[in-house]
Design a protein around this ligand. Structure first.
Ligand code: GDG
Length: 463
C-alpha cells in the first residue's frame, strides 16, 4: 500500500488538545502509514537540514529547525505579511518585498531538499496550505514523479487582486506541478480558474481537470469539517459542564453571545463589536439582557498589523464598555487568552448566540464547533458571515454581511426572539451537515482524488 507523506508548515500529531485538522491528518497517516514533515517551530543558528524524527500517537513526525532569516522572510514575511493579507482580500495590508519572496522560495527549497530523501517510489505526497505553494514544483525539479496533492486552507483571491502580487504568475505556474489542488469552496476554485484562464490560457474539462500546456491538474472543492462526534462528546464532558455552569452563573440570567477567534484582522472583530454596539443602541429595553463574550487569543504577535488590531480592539471594547456599562452590567467581556477545547465546548453550549462574522475566511471551524456543542433540546442560534467558506454549507444559519453593523444588529435581535421550534429546526439541519461532512469525510474525499488515476480529459473553456 502507498504511504502518505503529509507536509505542512507546522506539525501537530498526537497530544490531547489538538484541533480537527491534526486529528484528520493523524488518522490518515495511521491508516495509510507514512510521515508528517514540517518546521519544528524552533530556530537554529545555521540551517543544517538535520531531521528530528519522533513517533507520536502512532504517527512518525519529521521536523527541521529554521534560521532566523528564514523565519523572518518566509514565515513572518511572505507567508504572514504578503500572502495572508492578499489572500484575505486585504491588499492594503499586503507587503510586497523581494526579500520576503526570496526567503519564501529559499525555505521551500530547503524543505524540498530535506524531505526528498524520505519519499519512496510508491508514496503519495500531500502538501498543506499557503506556506508551501512552490514545494511541489521544487520536488519535481529534484526528480520526484510521485503523485502530489495540495490543499489550500485559506481563500483564493479574485484575479484582480492576485495580479498585484509581483510573483503571481510564478506562484500559479508552480501550482501546476501538483496532480490535485483542493479548495474549501467552489468560489475559491472559480477564482483560481479565472486567473488560469485569463492570465495563462488554461482550459477546464467537465470533470474538473485544468489543462495548461502539457500540465493537467485536477481541481476539487472539498470543504473541511470538524470531528463532530468528538466535539459533541467534549461538550458533554465534566470540564465542559463545569464551564457551562460557571459561565451561565456569571451571566446572571442574561443571554450570552459568544465569539471565538484568533486575534486576526480577517475575523472582523472590530466590525463585530460595532454591530453589537448598534444592537445596544437600537434596543434600549433588551440591551441589559445580553453579554458579548469575545475570546481572542493573540496570534502572530511579531507582525505589526496584528499589534495594531490588538490595540484597536482594546480601545474599542474599552470605549463601548465605558459608554454603555451600568453598575451591574458590562456589555463586552473581551478575553485575550486561549482555553482548552473542553472549556471552549462548554462556553459554546452556554451561549444563546454564536457570532461568527469574519470579513473573509477559507472555511471557519468555530461555526461548526458551535453547532456541534449545542444542546439538542435547547440549541443556540448561529450568526454567520456570508464571506466565510462555511456559509456555502451552513445555509440554516442567520447569514449576515459582516461589514454591516445594521445586519449584525438585526440578526442579534432575530436570534434572541427566535422561537424554540425554529431554533431546533435550524440546528438540526446544521448539525446534519456538520456530522455528514466532517473532517474524516474531508480527508477521504481529498485522498480519494489524490490516490485516483487521472481520467481522460474532455476539454471545455474555464467558466
Ligand atoms: C485556517 C483558516 C480554516 C480558537 N481559540 C482557541 C482555539 N481555537 C481553535 C478553534 C478552531 C481553530 O482554533 C480556528 O479555526 P478557524 O477555522 O476558525 O480559523 P483559522 O485558525 O484561521 O484556520 C480557516 C482552517 O484553517 C481549517 O482549514 O477553516 O478558514 O483561516 O478549531 O476552536 N482552540 C483552543 N483554545 C482557544 O482559545 N484550544
Amino acid at each position: 500500500m502507498s504511504r502518505l507523506i503529509v507536509i505542512s508548515n507546522r506539525v501537530s500529531a498526537g497530544g490531547g488538545a489538538q484541533g480537527g485538522l491534526a486529528v484528520a491528518l493523524t488518522s490518515a497517516l495511521r491508516e495509510q502509514g507514512g510521515i508528517w514533515f514540517g518546521w519544528s517551530g524552533n530556530r537554529t543558528d545555521e540551517f543544517t537540514g538535520h531531521i528530528n524524527f519522533q513517533r507520536e500517537d502512532g504517527v512518525t513526525t519529521a521536523t527541521v529547525d529554521l534560521e532566523d532569516q528564514d523565519i523572518e522572510e518566509y514565515y513572518n514575511g511572505y507567508a504572514n505579511r504578503t500572502l495572508w493579507p492578499l489572500f484575505h482580500y486585504r491588499i492594503d495590508l499586503a507587503e510586497y518585498e523581494r526579500d520576503f519572496a526570496g526567503g519564501y522560495q529559499r525555505a521551500n527549497e530547503r524543505f524540498a531538499d530535506t524531505v526528498m530523501p524520505l519519499i519512496e517510489a510508491e508514496d503519495v505526497v500531500w502538501v498543506q496550505d499557503y506556506h508551501m505553494f512552490p514545494l511541489g514544483a521544487e520536488l519535481r525539479k529534484r526528480g520526484l514523479r510521485n503523485r502530489i496533492g495540495f490543499f489550500l486552507h485559506i481563500p483564493w483571491p479574485p484575479r484582480r487582486l492576485l495580479v498585484t502580487l509581483p510573483e503571481a504568475r510564478e506562484l500559479v505556474e508552480s501550482l501546476l506541478e501538483y496532480d490535485v489542488i483542493g479548495f474549501h469552496t467552489d468560489e475559491w476554485l472559480q477564482s483560481f480558474c479565472d486567473y488560469a484562464r485569463e492570465e495563462l490560457g488554461g482550459t477546464l474539462s467537465e470533470d474538473g481537470v485544468l489543462e495548461i500546456g502539457d500540465r493537467r491538474v485536477r481541481l476539487i472543492a472539498c470543504p473541511i469539517g470538524i470531528d463532530a462526534k468528538d466535539f459533541a462528546a467534549l461538550a458533554a464532558s465534566d470540564k465542559a459542564r463545569e464551564t457551562y455552569d460557571l459561565v451561565r452563573h456569571s451571566a446572571v440570567g442574561r443571554a450570552l453571545i459568544v465569539g471565538v477567534d484568533r486575534l486576526d484582522y480577517s475575523k472582523g472583530l472590530e466590525e463585530r463589536f460595532l454591530g453589537y454596539e448598534r444592537f445596544l443602541t437600537e434596543n434600549p429595553h433588551e440591551r441589559k439582557e445580553v453579554v458579548l463574550l469575545q475570546i481572542a487569543p493573540p496570534s502572530r504577535a511579531s507582525v505589526e498589523s496584528y499589534q495594531r488590531i490588538r490595540n484597536a480592539l482594546e480601545g474599542l471594547a474599552g470605549r463601548i464598555n465605558g459608554e454603555h456599562a451600568a453598575l451591574d452590567w458590562v456589555p463586552i467581556r473581551y478575553v485575550n487568552q486561549g482555553y482548552s477545547r473542553d472549556v471552549l465546548a462548554g462556553v459554546y453550549r452556554a451561549s444563546r448566540i454564536g457570532l461568527v462574522t469574519p470579513l473573509r475566511d477559507g472555511m471557519n471551524l468555530v461555526a461548526k464547533e458551535y453547532v456541534a456543542a449545542q444542546n439538542p433540546d435547547d440549541p443556540g442560534v448561529l450568526i454567520l458571515s456570508r464571506f466565510a467558506g462555511a456559509a456555502e454549507q451552513m445555509k440554516d444559519a442567520l447569514l449576515v454581511n459582516p461589514h454591516s453593523a445594521e445586519e449584525i444588529s438585526d440578526s442579534i435581535r432575530q436570534a434572541l426572539a427566535m422561537p424554540l421550534a425554529e431554533r431546533k429546526q435550524r440546528w438540526k439541519a446544521l448539525m446534519q451537515g456538520v456530522q455528514d461532512q466532517d473532517v474524516m469525510w474531508w480527508r477521504r474525499r481529498f485522498t480519494a482524488a489524490l490516490f485516483a488515476e487521472q481520467p481522460p480529459v474532455l476539454l471545455r473553456s474555464v467558466p
